[in-house]
Design a protein around this ligand. Structure first.
Ligand SMILES: Cc1cc2nc3c(=O)[nH]c(=O)nc-3n(C[C@H](O)[C@H](O)[C@H](O)COP(=O)(O)O)c2cc1C
Length: 414
């Protein structure tokens, strides 16, 4: 295909989210990097996101940064605090130098927390058994809810201080805000449970508090579920109402996704279920054993199609005026074009960029038309044990070292 023809496509033209202009319409989706030993921002994490920006992506999302230490699912997740601002500032500076923008995904995992890893009692909407952790959360009190609302607002303020250009509030994938939205996990009988109106109260208050803290122009994206993929979970009709509420509370853009990490973790990704690699990456002998023998029963496999969330996401697009960011199975120039023609202002891409951080430049220059990521999902398996990388990357295996001395960035190859 002629180079000029590719470059004129809308995906490669600048676009705006609130007060932020991005150089093109492609955002790297929040994909847990596994590069935050001791909950801090490592050199490896900085290099990872610098490389994504150098590869042409307009904005890279630092994934799953917890809003407090207790909000983490695992011990090796970053949580937002003053002490890590200098390193985060190095990250955002490195991204900006490459001409990109940086966002950070802010979340609270709720009942998905591992007390053994984090030392904190998991909390949730209600006392709901979590098979992944073999644990019950403590139902949150009103004071706990107000504290978490404040934690989100504080984390967003710190993110801006660290130089981030946007934040993405995680209200999907079965994490805390999603646990309140979902009737599967929310069995409350107070003003935070029961009707959809009540279940939206806490997540909506988080978006409102972050908007009030950040002022009118700062880009606040919200990642949310269109379906939980479980009986008794939320479905698209609820999601349309939720999307409108987030818009009314001050969201600048929505990222509709799906799946519940404790029940349907591969729904949001689709493709192969890499049970053996999952077991190999897990540090706990018990979980290794459990995954090898029961993994296929605990985790459902979901068929992969390109643009697999587009049909439902179109319903969100029709319901709101703010940009809707299409995520899920965007792997080629043709997929970009289809998404833009359908009315999505932006796309988020995960695995194709993990496979090749330069993929956006290659698409834009016409050097490549499609990613050769085959959705084997072994990148998902390895991130639990250490840095995320493309296991089938043609550049060869990643030599990595994570030990008491920390992660050695010099051994990392994208
Ligand atoms: C290795 C890996 C880690 C992920 N971690 C996160 C995460 O921390 N937060 C999140 O919202 N989504 C996460 N996701 C889901 C992606 O953001 C995205 O929604 C999904 O992969 C579909 O996009 P894709 O088809 O372009 O990969 C992860 C995906 C992968 C492959």
């Amino acid at each position: 295909m002629a180079k000029a023809a590719v470059e004129t496509r809308k995906a490669f033209t600048p676009g705006k989210i609130a007060g932020l202009t991005l150089r093109n319409r492609i955002i790297r989706a929040g994909c847990f990097e596994g590069m935050c030993e001791n909950g801090s921002c490592s050199d490896l994490l900085i290099e990872h996101h610098r490389a994504v920006a150098a590869g042409g992506t307009a904005m890279t999302t630092v994934s799953y940064c917890s809003v407090s230490e207790a909000a983490r699912a695992y011990g090796h997740e970053m949580w937002m605090r003053k002490e890590i601002l200098p390193d985060l500032r190095r990250l955002t500076d490195a991204v900006h130098k490459e001409g990109g923008a940086a966002s950070v995904q802010l979340g609270h995992c709720g009942y998905f927390a591992s007390k053994a890893d984090t030392g904190f009692q998991p909390v949730g909407a209600s006392r709901k058994f979590n098979l992944f952790r073999i644990s019950f959360p403590k139902p949150m009190s009103e004071a706990d809810i107000n504290q978490v609302i404040q934690d989100f607002a504080n984390a967003a303020l710190l993110a801006r201080e660290a130089g981030f250009d946007a934040v993405e509030i995680h209200s999907g994938h079965g994490y805390l805000l999603s646990q309140f939205l979902s009737p599967y996990t929310n069995k409350r009988t107070d003003i935070y449970g029961g009707s959809l109106e009540n279940r939206m109260r806490f997540p909506a208050a988080v978006v409102k508090a972050v908007r009030e803290a950040m002022g009118p122009e700062f880009p606040i994206m919200v990642k949310m579920n269109m379906t939980d993929g479980i009986k008794g979970g939320i479905e698209i009709d609820d999601a349309v109402v939720i999307a409108k509420r987030f818009e009314a509370m001050g969201a600048s853009a929505l990222v509709p996704s799906c799946g519940f990490t404790s029940k349907t973790p591969f729904m949001m990704m689709r493709g192969n279920l890499p049970i053996i690699e999952f077991a190999a990456a897990d540090k706990s002998f018990m979980r290794k054993f459990g995954l090898l023998f029961f993994g296929r029963f605990m985790c459902q496999e979901f068929h992969y199609d390109d643009l697999f969330l587009m049909q439902d996401a179109l319903k969100i697009l029709k319901a709101v005026k703010i940009p809707v960011v299409l995520v899920g199975g965007i792997c080629s120039v043709k997929d970009l074009e289809t998404a833009m023609n359908a009315g999505f202002e932006f796309v988020e891409i995960g695995r194709a960029i993990i496979k090749d951080p330069d993929v956006v430049n290659k698409w834009q220059k016409g050097e490549l038309m499609a990613s050769d990521c085959d959705h084997c999902n072994r990148c998902v398996a390895v991130m639990n044990g250490g840095p995320v990388y493309c296991v089938c990357n043609t550049k060869g295996p990643l030599k990595r070292r994570i030990g008491s001395k920390g992660i050695d960035a010099s051994t990392y190859r994208a």
